[in-house]
Design a protein. Structure first.
Length: 397
């Protein structure tokens, strides 16, 4: 039994209830698909105090270079209101040409198609001149502490190195062939707290309102824009995501106010230069706000989120051209090379090798009735198979 049929592969995977952090049988099922193809499979347990233990999988076919990695995750987000699903979230039922199930597009579908593509490649041409590996985590939708980062470290420590990576996350907004991701914006979050002096709302000169302070500071973060965008990235954007005062009395000036923000930033910045810009804006607004005439500067402190995501852009032409050419050859459509959207595990992989992302259509990911067009599974498998041939062809040049 080989894994050449992506529909069979996906229905097997969907029937494993692998809601983070549960393995749910999904990695075992993948192992059963890959071992008969000749892959050496390792199941790697990762642990860390205060987080659930997570099982991951690394599988490699071949021992020589060039070495192509496929990366993804078998864990899925919770099903939400199970009664609201038209077909069971772990049923893999097919109706009207759609296969239903949590993870259908995000991203058991991508894994099912890549496994099928590799199986077909081997059936036609034998094993590739080089190596193919699967780096699959069970911790992408959760805290992401015991997932891709640790699996990469584990593999690198035993001497693995890669020439290129394809991540199979759903990247297409509407139709298969829309979009390849060749980079991602960075992400940085922080919380500002303004310290005022509590008092009677009728005697503001005896108090110091932190609400005036927090408004001045958050305004300075939102205006003016941080940049106008770059060749490959949209403009950086900061959103104030909450402002908290928690004051229940209308006649009391509170003592404290805080606000949190998240900024998605482009390659005009790195986390450090961005932090410096933000602090400069805050200090300026703290010193001179029209909301607090004649008052001393706003007293505030700022706490940064622990792990900012760094911006990256992949420029490896052999990788991008192989994938983009494969998409065009199979679908007749030229994919947009994009850096939009949220972060992904590609941000960790880019420290090891050039990385691009291409998978299914993302419209129903994380929703009730997550589903994939069965026809798309066949098309994506053909794209991946063409990509594999082209990439090894390029790499051999
Ligand atoms: Zn995903």
């Amino acid at each position: 039994m080989t894994a050449t049929d992506p529909v069979a592969n996906l229905s097997t995977l969907i029937r494993c209830p692998s809601v983070t952090p549960a393995e749910g049988g999904a990695l075992a099922a993948l192992q059963s698909m890959l071992s008969p193809l000749g892959f050496a499979v390792d199941r790697v347990m990762a642990t860390e105090d205060g987080t659930p233990d997570i099982e991951n999988l690394y599988a490699r076919l071949g021992t020589d270079g060039p070495h192509l990695m496929f990366a993804g995750h078998t864990d899925v987000v919770p099903v939400g209101d199970e009664a609201a699903w038209t077909h069971g979230p772990f049923s893999a039922d097919i109706a009207d040409g759609q296969m239903y199930g949590r993870g259908a597009v995000d991203m058991k579908g991508g894994i099912a198609c890549f496994a099928a593509a590799v199986a077909r490649h081997i059936e036609k041409h034998g094993p590739p001149q080089g190596s193919i590996s699967f780096l699959i985590t069970g911790d992408e939708e959760g805290p992401a502490i015991n997932g891709t980062v640790k699996l990469l470290e584990w593999a690198a420590a035993k001497g693995e190195h890669w020439d290129a990576c394809l991540v199979g996350e759903p990247t297409n907004p509407d139709q298969l062939g829309d979009m390849i991701k060749i980079g991602r914006r960075g992400s940085l979050s922080g919380t500002i707290t303004v310290h005022g002096v509590q008092g009677h709302a009728a005697y503001p000169h005896l108090a110091d309102s932190p609400v005036r302070g927090i408004l001045a500071l958050t305004q300075a973060l939102m205006d003016p824009p941080f940049d106008g965008g770059t060749d490959n990235f949209q403009p950086s954007n900061l959103e104030v995501t909450t402002i908290d005062v928690a004051n229940k009395a209308v006649n009391v000036i509170p003592a404290r106010a805080s606000a949190s923000f998240n900024i998605r930033f482009n390659d005009s910045w790195d986390a450090d230069s961005l932090k410096a810009e933000i602090v400069a804006r805050l200090d300026h607004a703290a010193a001179e706000s029209p909301l607090r005439p004649g008052r001393p500067p706003v007293r505030y402190d700022i706490v940064w989120s622990e792990r900012p995501s760094h911006v990256f852009l992949t420029r490896n032409n052999a990788l991008i051209a192989s994938l983009s050419g494969a998409v065009e050859a199979v679908t007749g459509r030229e994919p947009k090379l994009s850096t939009t959207g949220g972060t992904s595990d590609a941000r960790f992989i880019k420290d090891h090798c050039p990385v691009v992302e291409f998978g299914l259509v993302g419209q129903t990911m994380h929703m009730v009735d997550e589903r994939v067009a069965v026809a798309d599974l066949e098309t994506l498998t053909q794209i991946y198979e063409t990509f594999i041939s082209r990439w090894f062809g390029h790499a051999a040049d």
